[in-house]
Write a protein that binds this ligand. Structure first.
Ligand SMILES: [Zn+2]
Length: 104
């Protein structure tokens, strides 16, 4: 089953809080939503605990990481299996959000 193979790959660790959970407390999260060119391939999926997934809600990943500094650090530490082009997109979006804060 695909779900479990992603959890295994990520060592049952939520990429946002960095904690490990049993499979029934985990969910799969898309790095890039399907409407933005993301697909259901393993390079676009990460393991997230239910708590973090709820916190993230329907926000863009970059928007969520921008207002959750710990999640941002954990994501770039643990989401090592995400396709580089998706990671690049998230980094660029975060830099833009950082720049907006500096301007304000
Ligand atoms: Zn979590």
């Amino acid at each position: 089953m695909k779900r479990n193979s992603i959890f295994e790959r990520d060592e049952y660790r939520c990429v946002y809080c960095g904690d490990q959970f049993p499979a029934d407390e985990l969910t799969l999260d898309h790095v890039q939503p399907r409407v933005r060119g993301g697909d259901r391939s393993e390079g676009n999926l990460v393991t997230a605990c239910k708590g973090c997934n709820t916190l993230k809600g329907h926000q863009r990943l970059s928007a969520f990481l921008h207002q959750a500094p710990d999640a941002r650090v954990n994501f770039f530490r643990y989401a090592v299996h995400v396709w580089p082009r998706h990671l690049r997109t998230v980094r660029v979006e975060l830099e833009m959000l950082d720049a907006e804060v500096k301007k304000a």
